[in-house]
Design a protein around this ligand. Structure first.
Ligand code: CS2
Length: 490
């Protein structure tokens, strides 16, 4: 960060250049109606922006940003009165100051403040971006009772560490106070995210307070949502640009593409905002939107990450500018498309064309290494689910198989080179990697790990497709293996 510059804050906002778009509401005159768990860059570029738009119409929907672990957000934004700059990057860049995060809390050192927030009668909604691993689920989708956070939370439910533990505690306290429950709208890249989180919370509550579990389970409190906007990590270039173009220093601005979509399940439960004023689409068919996004966008992202990194590339833009990977992306979409039914209003052919344009946005520097994180949580839902369904239809999907094999080889290479993996199952993946010999047996080792894959991934036809892809990849390298996969489609 620049030293000595004027810091972004409510008091300094009038001093910013005209380039900075100001909020259309008075940040001092709004009330908190939402608690968001996991306020990383994605939340701040996406849902916090939606609530920022909504606040111009209705002051009851400001956000309390609750970090489950890291104090970094609070340290960066408290001196800025919660303000930060969102750079919307396309042919033209818009710089907007977002003022919806009216409170920042770091849960481990602010238990009482978080409880107070969750039991505030004005609090109506919880949203979350805790990534796939934050749901603490086993490979088959049940609450993972062996996860360290869940073990700790069950032992000490008044001092939770997980989102699940916090929802339970908030519900318990609200019920005791005779307050209505809040709604919960999780915003992670998982199909049926509302259903999954709801079942995990009820399962957790069942072990502590069966009566409360029935109460939570009996209401329709969990809304599934689909969220989408490509959000590269913040870098110094962005900080510099914000400072030089606005005249104010922001310790932690965020950036995203112009495209932004939030689809929320239609429901009459609880008190909900005027979603349309927040730019949100309401539908009875969230699963169809989620499937299309997860399998096409995120599936292609993960393929580009593992195969692109193997080819020495660094960004999605570079990868899609490489004819072989662009062709593999189109082929992966051909493999996946028959498994999808388009939700009303979504034309899959147009969606695919739009996706390719988004991937080719030259001003978005989206690092493949960022996408490669947490593969054990992403690969099963983005890629393996499609491969299993294709195989069950008696068809083949060589590019999907190559993408999954690409992840396995990525883990093996990391272990061999002593490179740390960013993944909640890093230790297990490293063990698989160190045991690898470069033969088809490596695939079996990954496949048979029940913490990563469920039974269906162990179908013989899935295993055979992965063995072929993996051996090809290790022997001939990514480029030749892609050529081979492209030539063997159906
Ligand atoms: C990406 C997503 O990092 C990743 O795994 O695939 O973050 C992706 O950019 C978003 O889901 C887009 O909405």
């Amino acid at each position: 960060m620049r030293d000595g510059g004027l810091r972004l804050s409510l008091a300094n906002l009038p001093l910013a250049s005209a380039r900075l778009e100001r909020p259309a509401y008075d940040p001092r005159a709004v009330q908190i109606g939402v608690a968001h768990f996991g306020p990383g860059a994605f939340h701040r570029a996406h849902q916090a922006f939606a609530f920022h738009q909504l606040l111009a119409e209705d002051p009851r929907w400001a956000v309390s940003a609750v970090s489950l672990r890291s104090p970094d957000l609070q340290a960066a934004l408290d001196p800025q009165d919660g303000l930060y700059v969102l750079a919307q990057r396309d042919a033209e860049t818009r710089l907007m100051v977002i003022a919806s995060l009216r409170e920042r809390l770091t849960a481990p050192r602010a238990y009482e403040a978080v409880v107070r927030r969750l039991t505030d009668p004005g609090l109506k909604l919880i949203t979350s971006t805790v990534t796939e691993k934050g749901y603490c689920l086993t490979a088959s989708g049940a609450l993972d009772l062996e996860r360290a956070e869940i073990i700790a939370d069950l032992a000490c439910p008044e001092r939770p560490a997980s989102l699940i533990g916090w929802i339970y505690l908030g519900m318990k306290r609200r019920r005791a106070l005779g307050l209505a429950p809040f709604l919960i709208a999780p915003c992670d890249n998982l199909s049926d995210n509302g259903g999954k989180l709801g079942r995990a919370v009820v399962d957790y509550a069942r072990r502590l307070d069966p009566d409360l579990a029935d109460w939570i389970g009996g209401e329709s409190l969990f809304l599934s949502t689909m969220v989408d906007s490509i959000t590269p990590a913040t870098d110094d270039a962005l900080r510099e640009r914000v400072a030089s173009e606005t005249g104010l220093v922001d310790a932690w601005p965020v950036q995203r593409e112009a495209f932004v979509q939030w689809v929320v399940e239609k429901s009459d439960a609880g008190q909900q905002p005027d979603w349309a004023a927040a730019g949100v689409q309401i539908t009875t068919d969230v699963p169809a939107f989620e499937r299309a996004k997860l399998r096409l966008l995120n599936g292609a992202h993960s393929m580009l990450a593992y195969l692109g990194l193997a080819m020495g590339l660094e960004t999605v833009y570079q990868a899609c500018g490489t004819p072989l990977l662009a062709a593999a992306t189109g082929r992966l979409w051909d493999e996946v498309s028959p498994l999808l039914s388009a939700p009303a209003g979504l034309d899959l052919a147009v969606y695919r064309a739009d996706l390719m344009n988004r991937f080719r946005n030259p001003v978005i520097v989206h690092r493949l290494s960022q996408i490669a994180w947490d593969g054990s949580q992403k690969v099963p839902v983005r890629l393996m689910a499609s491969l299993v369904e294709t195989v069950r239809r008696g068809q083949s999907a060589p590019v999907l198989a190559l993408a999954i094999a690409g992840w396995m080889l990525f883990c093996v290479e990391a272990a061999r080179r002593g490179r740390a993996l960013t993944d909640p199952l890093a230790a297990r993946l490293q063990a698989h990697g160190l045991a690898a010999t470069g033969s088809a047996r490596d695939v079996d080792d990954f496949l048979h790990d029940p913490t990563i894959f469920s039974d269906e991934a162990r179908l013989p036809a899935v295993r055979d497709a992965l063995r072929t892809a993996y051996v090809d990849l290790t022997r001939r390298g990514a480029a030749a293996a892609i050529v081979q996969a492209l030539s063997s489609f159906h």
